[in-house]
Design a protein around this ligand. Structure first.
Ligand code: HEC
Length: 455
């Protein structure tokens, strides 16, 4: 997938920061959705199997509600999963252009699995409907004729077959997608892993990647657990009516997952902070991680309120604080990414300036000489004249020795050294290399090539 990096354009420093910001915004939508999608898919699949094996209608009902909420419609899946997932791939390609890093390849394959997984799970959700339809139809037919049972049965069994397959493969694809995306991000915040030598497999086995997968799964468990409680006790309460058995089941699984997830999350947060590469460490990364722990604690507090007093509204608060905690973690990751890519961003900005200049030159806008003249008028003419001594020596005397040595002239302008005892040393003018380049060209071509006529 390295072709993605070749598509990327060199960019200025501001643009680079903008891309990191956009990536963070996509991740703010994408990561929570991905975690809930994976969690509810696993839970729904499991409940559906239990329901079928033990003839447990409540489990089937809960499995269906979960699938129908998380994968409610194609546009929901597109806006929360596919589009932000794709834009993450492109922003990583833009951020990591000109590095040998395999992060973009990882994220690219991650996207393919994501797309496959979400499509399969959308189909999985659909099989619940078909099943319901077939059952209703079968019941109707039985009343009237009673002889097409065989047909219905064969439809039902092929639908069941599809149901099981879509669910299983969907979960597997989504899990692989999670793994690849997490690995991609871990690689991008650690410049030590950018070298070409790091093969996909060695990267996939590094401890930090596993730790982050653990963190993600713990968050997925907590989000799924609290999400299930929220769906069943608050959001869809009225729709589901008096389905006490499903509610009990939701309570059991929801509380179990939420408690387990919330209990291990802080451990994972601390461990991964300890393993963060030096390049991406900054006070704010620690600060945000601390804030995340506080938010998770608040989520746990409201979860406890729900368990104890069965107040449905506390599930909403718990979910809110949990998602805020997740968002804080995502932000701290992208700030770490910003720090890790600081030097790289400056290199890219240089490349960008050069490319712009080349473009201008090729278009015939001789940008270099125009800025060179500006610099001369504003920064140099105060001390230098062409033919007379001012504070500094006349260019007529000093420039000829640089006639075929533009780099030498640039070096002097960037970093003046003491030369002529008759003068004070020239103060450093604090120019950037590009500016020194244009003023040097300006002096050598304009001033030296065609000296102004003497008055
Ligand atoms: C504050 C006054 C001042 C300013 C502003 C200034 N210079 Fe100078 N410049 C000097 C002095 C003084 C010398 C002599 C230094 C020496 O001989 O040690 C000098 C020397 C030079 C020389 C001769 C170097 C050599 O090898 O003999 C060049 C070329 C030059 N300046 C270019 C520039 C350019 C280009 C700028 C504008 C970006 C600039 N200067 C701005 C004071 C200034």
């Amino acid at each position: 997938m390295d072709f993605l990096k070749d598509l990327a354009l060199p960019q200025s420093l501001e643009h680079f920061h903008l891309v990191v910001l956009l990536a963070a915004l996509s991740a703010l939508v994408f990561i929570p959705y991905l975690s809930i999608a994976l969690g509810t898919a696993v839970l729904s699949r499991r409940l559906s199997r239990d329901g079928r094996e033990h003839g447990n209608a409540a489990a089937l009902q809960l499995a269906r509600t979960l699938a129908e909420t998380t994968f409610a419609s194609k546009s929901l899946i597109a806006f929360l999963g596919v589009i932000p997932g794709l834009s993450l791939v492109f922003s990583l390609a833009q951020i990591l252009q000109r590095t040998a890093s395999i992060a973009v390849t990882l994220a690219g394959f991650g996207f393919l699995f994501l797309f496959a997984g979400l499509s399969l799970l959308y189909a999985y959700r659909y099989t619940f409907r078909v099943q319901g339809l077939l059952e209703a139809y079968g019941a109707l037919m039985r009343k009237h004729e009673g002889n097409i049972e065989g047909d219905i049965d064969s439809y039902r069994s092929s639908n069941l077959h599809a149901h099981v397959r879509f669910g299983t493969y969907g979960v597997i694809c989504l899990f692989i997608a999670v793994y690849l995306y997490v690995a991609a991000l871990s690689v991008s915040i650690d410049p030590a892993l950018w070298s070409g030598a790091a093969s996909i497999f060695s990267v996939l086995l590094t401890p930090i990647v596993w730790l982050r997968i653990g963190l993600f799964l713990a968050f997925a468990a907590a989000a799924t657990g609290i999400g299930t409680l929220y769906i069943m006790f608050l959001w869809k309460r009225d729709e589901l009516g008096e389905d006490e058995a499903s509610a009990q089941l939701a309570r059991r699984y929801g509380v179990l997952l939420a408690v387990a997830g919330l209990a291990v999350l802080p451990v994972f947060i601390l461990l991964q902070l300890a393993l963060l590469p030096g390049a991406s460490l900054a006070g704010i990364v620690y600060g945000l991680a601390g804030l995340a722990v506080v938010l998770l604690f608040l989520a746990a507090h409201f979860l406890y309120a729900f368990i104890r007093n069965a107040i449905p509204a506390s599930t909403a608060y718990a979910l809110f604080f949990l998602l805020c905690g997740g968002a804080t973690l995502v932000l701290s990751d992208y700030i770490a990414l910003g720090y890790a890519t600081r030097t790289h961003a400056e290199t890219l900005a240089m490349v960008h300036t050069r490319a712009t200049e080349e473009l201008k030159a090729s278009l015939g806008i001789s940008a270099a000489s125009a800025t060179g003249e500006d610099i001369y008028n504003t920064r140099c003419s105060a001390c230098h004249l062409f033919d007379k001594r001012k504070v500094g020596p006349p260019y007529q005397l000093t420039l000829p020795k640089y006639k075929d040595n533009k780099p030498g002239l640039m070096a002097f302008i960037l970093n003046p050294v003491k030369i002529d005892p008759a003068y004070d040393p020239m103060p450093n003018q604090g120019l950037k290399p590009v500016e020194a380049d244009s003023i040097a060209s300006y002096l050598l071509t304009k001033v030296l090539g065609a000296p102004p006529a003497k008055p």
